[in-house]
Design a binder for this molecule. Structure first.
Ligand SMILES: Cc1cc2nc3c(=O)[nH]c(=O)nc-3n(C[C@H](O)[C@H](O)[C@H](O)COP(=O)(O)O)c2cc1C
Length: 211
């Protein structure tokens, strides 16, 4: 199994989301030795924001692109290919201002690409190309936005992830949401992380049986 492991937090050693994704990858590689992990750190390898040339190039058929357009799409093509070649994804994503960090938005703008991660069928339907990949999203929030709570309506992160990856064809994405990890004290953080690790154990077992 080729696993793409993507981290986004600007924190490193003190990062809750990174510690959870590392925990998941360690557990999985222990149980499924054939897993081949490719790590992408969006805090260090942040994709460029898209610009006018990028949009022109992305909407021009491959055979009609100028050398300048091809060069502009090179990094985006590589990221799309990385997604397409992977069998599974684990993304760790802290909530920044109700949604994902801007680095992750830059990543999405580079990978939601016609002719790559989605295509047009003859009848005009859009067909997401990531339908065979397993996908796990580990999210962390400083506050508690679980359904039914005071802040539940402020969660724009989960719907945004579902939309973008559903559009690219991902079926049944799995979510492990650790919250609150910052604004409710140390004990609440530890409990949130313990709940998340338990959920991750279940997903490791699930992926092990589906591999
Ligand atoms: C720029 C910034 C914006 C944040 N916005 C929110 C927010 O809207 N809601 C929230 O619950 N926590 C917010 N937080 C807290 C982070 O979500 C929390 O510290 C993070 O999930 C912990 O993950 P990490 O340790 O992996 O960085 C924000 C943190 C930063 C740095």
């Amino acid at each position: 199994m080729k696993l793409l492991h993507v981290d986004t937090s600007v924190r490193f050693e003190r990062s809750a989301s990174r510690s959870l994704s590392r925990y998941f990858v360690d557990q999985l590689t222990e149980r499924v030795p054939a897993v081949e992990v490719r790590h992408l750190d969006l805090a260090k390898e942040t994709p460029a924001h898209v610009n006018e040339l990028f949009t022109q190039a992305a909407y021009t058929p491959p055979g009609e692109r100028t050398p300048e357009m091809d060069a502009c799409l090179w990094a985006s093509d590589a990221l799309c290919d990385l997604l397409l070649e992977s069998d599974a994804f684990v993304f760790s994503i802290p909530m920044y201002n109700f949604c994902y960090p801007s680095t992750f938005k830059a990543f999405l703008d580079n990978v939601v690409r016609g002719g790559k991660t989605y295509t047009h069928a003859e009848d005009g339907r859009l067909v997401g190309q990531l339908s065979r990949q397993k996908a796990l999203f580990i999210t962390t929030r400083g506050t508690d936005m679980r359904p039914g709570g005071t802040f539940a309506d402020y969660d724009a992160l989960t719907p945004a992830l579902r939309a973008a990856f559903g559009f690219m064809g991902v079926q049944n994405p799995q979510f492990v949401d650790a919250q609150p990890v910052q604004f409710a004290g140390v004990e609440a953080r530890e409990m949130a992380l313990a709940r998340a690790r338990k959920d991750l154990d279940r997903i490791v077992a699930d992926w092990q049986t589906r591999d």
